[in-house]
Design a protein around this ligand. Structure first.
Ligand code: ADP
Length: 477
């Protein structure tokens, strides 16, 4: 008894649960814009924290010098050296080294994590400056990109609010992130200036780094989005719109706001029982709801949960494989490989089901069904991310809807050319995700407005951007 009917029922239910019609996406757009307002109006006014970054000027393209940057992401830790030469059009000379963050350090102590970072950085600097006479204890400028929610009090200090993306180092919550790094650098005998300089943007959220690199290349860049292990966004807001924080004057009259949009929530988000279970079994229930539907850390596990249910309801996947019961065993890059398997017999799908989930000899019809599940989950994620981006554009009047100047007919509304910097392994490596996101942008904005909105991929943007911010402040500030 194969019980196809049951399985198709499960599929249909998932499809319905993940429904993202343009109408619904537009509701998500509106909800995002409304929550942004609320988060700017008062502390705790929204699930969107809308954190101040104290970055008020973005790189102009004229920066010069040699700068280091460090980026602690969700999966990788990156070290960079960047040498801008004062001309926007020139390719940026850069060296980048990437390391997997050892799993045990994610749940260890602050000291263990930062000692590891400081030692790696020391070795990187030694390799980079091999043969030069610049002693290790001479000062170097370092931009630090930290991709977890931090409450900043200035550009050179910030307190960790909470961990996300699988990190859980309890003794660090509430500590100053820059202090932790600075102390480890001192322990390792490496002199790098993470703070000290007046107005030195030493500590930046990764989205802010991405925005900075985007702005270095294209002055029309107003927002940045990261879609990797986790997801987040930032954008340039007018100071007078940041009602919760009056009295700060910036030379540009604006400031970059770190939305922490992974924590966005709205009743309009299409939520399934699989999302509810994933959330309930996560270390941070009721938090990062948007992120749990969108980002690379979670997509694979949503797919696994659907396959598990199908396996429990029928015998199309044989006896329920214990692997299917193992959380996070199916990683998002594997979902991408299955989804994008273009071989006629879906050989890659069969191989991944066999190797990773230990489900052997899956017939073609069932392989197709698995591809279907990957498609539904990824399509929803990409379309919701697109709605989030349009939500930001709407908040700052760049979505072509005309905002308050709505006297003119809709076709008269001209939208200014607008660039959004985008980064992250899910967006850059997963072509289907990218296509679905781009397609939804056009559906929501309409073709005319969508033509004026450019999504620009910033490779290693968060790290490079952080060092450019350091450069920008050193040369103008
Ligand atoms: P991080 O967010 O950890 O700083 P990245 O931006 O490089 O780093 O994102 C890495 C994440 O991107 C991985 O956790 C994974 O979920 C996702 N990813 C990487 N490669 C692929 C791929 N080929 N297909 C789909 N997702 C991918």
């Amino acid at each position: 008894r194969r019980k196809w009917g049951k399985v198709l029922g499960v599929l249909r239910e998932v499809e319905e649960g993940c429904e993202t019609s343009v109408g619904r996406l537009k509701q998500v757009v509106d909800a995002m814009a409304v929550e942004m307002h609320a988060g700017l109006a008062s502390e705790g006014g929204s699930k969107l924290r809308m954190l101040l970054t104290f970055v008020d000027n973005l790189p102009s393209g004229s920066e010069k010098g040699t700068y280091y940057a460090l980026h602690l992401g969700g999966t990788y830790f990156r070290m960079l050296r960047v040498k801008p030469e004062g001309q926007r059009s020139l390719a940026l000379a850069r060296d980048v080294e990437r390391q997997l963050i050892p799993q045990h350090l994610m749940t260890s102590t602050t000291e263990d994590l930062f000692d590891f970072i400081a030692s790696s950085l020391k070795e990187f600097v030694e390799r980079e400056e091999n043969g030069s006479a610049f002693p290790l204890d001479r000062r170097r400028e370092l931009g630090f990109t930290f991709s977890y929610p931090v409450k900043q009090t200035s550009v050179s200090s910030g307190i960790l609010i909470k961990w996300t993306k699988g990190f859980a180092i309890e003794d660090m919550v509430g500590k100053d992130v820059v202090d932790c790094l600075q102390q480890a650098l001192t322990r390792k005998g490496l002199s790098m200036r993470v703070s000290a300089l007046v107005d030195f943007p030493s500590l930046v959220n990764d989205t802010v780094g991405t925005l900075a690199l985007g702005h270095y290349h294209d002055a029309d860049t107003v927002a940045a989005v990261i879609i990797g292990t986790g997801t987040n966004a930032c954008y340039v807001e007018r100071m007078d719109a940041i009602i919760k924080c009056q009295g700060i004057l910036t030379s540009s009259g604006g400031m970059v706001v770190n939305m922490e949009w992974g924590n966005f929530w709205s009743s309009h988000l299409p939520r399934t029982s699989y999302d509810i279970d994933l959330d309930a079994n996560s270390p941070n229930p009721n938090e990062q709801g948007f992120e749990k539907m969108i980002s690379g850390m979670y997509l694979g596990d949503i797919v696994r949960r659907v396959l598990l249910r199908m396996s429990q309801e029928s015998d199309i996947l044989g006896p329920v494989s214990p692997k299917l019961l193992t959380p996070f065993i199916l990683r998002t890059p594997l979902v991408a490989s299955m989804h994008e398997d273009d071989s006629p017999d879906l050989a890659k799908v069969a191989k991944i089901l066999g190797d990773t989930l230990e489900i052997p000899d899956v017939p073609l019809k069932v392989r197709k069904l698995v591809v279907n599940v990957c498609d539904v989950v990824t399509r929803r994620a990409a379309r919701l991310a697109a709605a989030g981006i349009v939500g930001i554009l709407k908040k700052i009047g760049r979505d072509g809807s005309g905002g308050i100047t709505s006297g003119r007919s809709r076709s008269d509304v001209r939208i200014k050319r607008t660039a959004v910097a985008i980064e992250g392994g899910l967006y850059t490596n997963y072509a289907m995700f990218r296509e679905y996101l781009n397609e939804a942008m056009v559906e929501i904005l309409g073709e005319d407005a969508a033509e004026q909105v450019i999504l620009e991929v910033m490779e290693d943007g968060s790290g490079i951007g952080a060092s450019l911010l350091a450069a920008s402040h050193a040369s103008h500030g």
